[in-house]
Design a protein. Structure first.
Length: 344
C-alpha cells in the first residue's frame, strides 16, 4: 500500500513532424502495387491485422528499415512534448516538480541518462532525474517508485515516457504493422485525501528471456551485429508461453494483496499489445471489455510509452474518474512484468 497521492496531470505527444500510417500504406510499402493479389498469393489477407489483431493505424517518426537521420524526432523529443502537455494539464509550475523519471526503450544517446537530458529540454535545472528502462512494464515500476518518493517528501513527480520503435523495426510482414511511436507523461502529486494511491502492487522479472525478445546487438555498435542486423527488434515464440503466464497470474496476485475483486474495478488499463492480448487480460482479470481501455487500433504498440497513452486516454475520455479503482498491467522487455490497483 502506497497512499496519499493522485494523478494531477497527463499528456501525450504525436508531433506534426511525424505521420500517421494506415495498414494499406504498409501493404503498399511491403508488397507494392496490387498488394491484395500479392498478399493472397502468400495466403495473407489485407484485413488480417485489423480484424484479428485490431491494428488500424500508428504514428511514425521514421520509416522502418530506412536510414536514420539527425533531423528526425527522438524519444527525448516525444518525452519532452508529452511532459509539457502533462504539466499544462496539471496546472502546477515547473519549479514545483521535485523529481523526473524518464522512461524509454529507445534512448537516442548511448551513455547519457534520459532523465537529465529530458530535464534539460524542459528547463528543469534543479530537479533530480533518472532513466527507467524495464521494457513495456517500465511505467508500472515508475509509478511505484514515484509513490515511494511522494511518501518520502516529494510534492510532485513527473513520469515522461517516449519511444521511437520505428527506428528498431524491420519492414517485414508483422513488425511494421505492430509498432508505433509516441510520447506520454503523467504527474503524480502528494494528496491529503485518504485512501488515494496504490492499493496493491506487484512487479517481477526473469532475465533468462533477454535473448529471445528485444534488440540483441551490443553497444557500442560493432561490425558483426551490423552485418547480422542485430539492431532490429526481434521476438521469438519461445517467450510466448511464459509471457502469457505473467499476464494471466498478475491480476490474481493484485486481488489477493488488496482483498478486492473484479467487480470492485471501474477500469482496466493494460499495455496495448494487440486485440487478442487485450481480450485475454480482460478475461483473466474478470474485468469486462466495456471497462477495458482498448486503443490499440489507434496507436499500435508504442513500447514503454503505451501504458501512459492508454492512461491519458482513460482520463481525458472520463473512463477513469475520481474515486474509482483501476488496474494497470503490463509485461515485456525480456521479461519484466507487473501491475497495480490504483485508487484515483
Amino acid at each position: 500500500e502506497l497512499y496519499n497521492f493522485e494523478i494531477t496531470g497527463s499528456g501525450t505527444a504525436f508531433p506534426e513532424r511525424g505521420r500517421w500510417v494506415t495498414n494499406d500504406e504498409i501493404h503498399l510499402m511491403i508488397y507494392g502495387e496490387n498488394f491484395a493479389e500479392k498478399m493472397a498469393a502468400k495466403n495473407f489477407q489485407p484485413d488480417y491485422y485489423e480484424t484479428v489483431l485490431g491494428l488500424k493505424k500508428r504514428f511514425w517518426t521514421h520509416t522502418p528499415g530506412s536510414i536514420i537521420t539527425h533531423d528526425e524526432l527522438t524519444s527525448a523529443d516525444l518525452m519532452a512534448e508529452a511532459a509539457e502537455n502533462a504539466i499544462k494539464d496539471s496546472g502546477i509550475h515547473k519549479d514545483e516538480i521535485d523529481f523526473l523519471i524518464a522512461v524509454t526503450m529507445t534512448s537516442p544517446r548511448y551513455s547519457t541518462s534520459m532523465g537529465p537530458y529530458v530535464s534539460g529540454k524542459l528547463g528543469l535545472t534543479n530537479t533530480p532525474s533518472i532513466e527507467m528502462k524495464s521494457g513495456c512494464a517500465s511505467n508500472i515500476y515508475s509509478i511505484i517508485l514515484a509513490a515511494q518518493l511522494l511518501q518520502s517528501g516529494a510534492r510532485n513527480v513527473l513520469i515522461a515516457g517516449g519511444d521511437t520503435i520505428t527506428k528498431i523495426l524491420k519492414m517485414n510482414a508483422f513488425m511494421a504493422y505492430a509498432g508505433g511511436d509516441a510520447g506520454a507523461a503523467i504527474i503524480l502529486s502528494k494528496s491529503n485525501a485518504p485512501g488515494k494511491g496504490i492499493v496493491s502492487a506487484y512487479i517481477n522479472s526473469d532475465g533468462s528471456y533477454c535473448n529471445y525478445m528485444g534488440v540483441k546487438g551490443l553497444f557500442p555498435p560493432n561490425r558483426f551485429d551490423l552485418d547480422t542486423e542485430n539492431y532490429f527488434l526481434s521476438y521469438e515464440e519461445g517467450t510466448e508461453k511464459f509471457l502469457q503466464q505473467a499476464w494471466d497470474t498478475t491480476p490474481g496476485i493484485l486481488y489477493n494483496a488488496s482483498c478486492m475483486k473484479a467487480n470492485d474495478m471501474d477500469c482496466l488499463i493494460p499495455h496495448q499489445v494487440h486485440k487478442k492480448r487485450t481480450i485475454a487480460i480482460s478475461e483473466s482479470s474478470g474485468i469486462p471489455m466495456d471497462k477495458t481501455i482498448n486503443i490499440i487500433g489507434e496507436i499500435a504498440n508504442c513500447g514503454s510509452a503505451t501504458l501512459l497513452v492508454a492512461l491519458d486516454d482513460a482520463r481525458k475520455n472520463n473512463r477513469l474518474q475520481k474515486d474509482q479503482n483501476a488496474m494497470l498491467i503490463a509485461a515485456g522487455g525480456g521479461i519484466s512484468w507487473g501491475g497495480i490497483i490504483l485508487k484515483t
